[in-house]
Design a protein around this ligand. Structure first.
Ligand SMILES: Cc1cc2nc3c(=O)[nH]c(=O)nc-3n(C[C@H](O)[C@H](O)[C@H](O)COP(=O)(O)O)c2cc1C
Length: 180
């Protein structure tokens, strides 16, 4: 099948990604009420047509922290991408770089900070940080991101503890052993 939309990719993923990983990616916490509300929320958005405004010169470019991007939309941090594809975060970062879109690397990535930086040396990237109780470990991550040229730290503040992910509980979710 030719994949032409996000929904097509999602459907394909349902066919080929192992259950353990797929459920981790697709599930929400508890009864998944917020997940459903978010979907409904996005479905409510409409694009307002603006006719006879001279649409031949369209421009979605924007500047964020002094860097120019093609879209005012960035790739937010999502964990453990190599469960879906052997290149994982590296492929995602390369795709973002090709399209001049901002990529954010998750703390819980399955490609290292340096691997992703080396694969996309000229593209601005951000690094998402969880604050661990082990402050030395936390600082170590910040220093590595800084050294590897990440331009900003994206601080996650809504995870004092992880959600009750029932799909993961049912699957006894764990990272496949070939990944770190
Ligand atoms: C599978 C998955 C993994 C995620 N992993 C992380 C993560 O590692 N760190 C983080 O700060 N946020 C993580 N998030 C949260 C996203 O970055 C984002 O904030 C959230 O999904 C809301 O955006 P959305 O409505 O576009 O999905 C994850 C979300 C999903 C769905």
């Amino acid at each position: 099948m030719v994949l032409v939309s996000v929904r097509d990719y999602e459907q394909r993923a349902h066919e080929i990604v192992p259950r353990n990983a797929l459920d981790y990616y697709r599930s929400g916490a508890g009864d998944e009420l917020s997940l459903r509300l978010n979907r409904t929320g996005f479905d409510r958005l409409r694009i307002r047509p603006r006719m006879l405004q001279g649409g031949s010169k369209r421009d979605l470019t924007c500047t964020v922290l002094g860097e120019r991007f093609a879209l005012p939309i960035a790739i937010s941090p999502t964990a453990m991408q190599r469960m879906a594809h052997p290149e994982g975060e590296v492929a995602n970062a390369k795709a973002a770089a090709n399209r001049q879109v901002l990529f954010t690397l998750s703390t819980i990535s399955t490609s290292s900070i340096e691997e992703v930086a080396n694969a996309t040396p000229n593209a601005p990237k951000w690094f998402q940080l969880y604050i661990y109780r082990d402050r030395k470990l936390t600082e170590g991550l910040v220093r590595r991101a800084e050294k590897a040229g990440y331009r900003a730290i994206v601080l996650t503040v809504d995870a004092p503890l992880f959600g009750l992910r029932r799909a993961d509980m049912r699957n006894k979710f764990s990272l496949p052993p070939h990944l770190t």
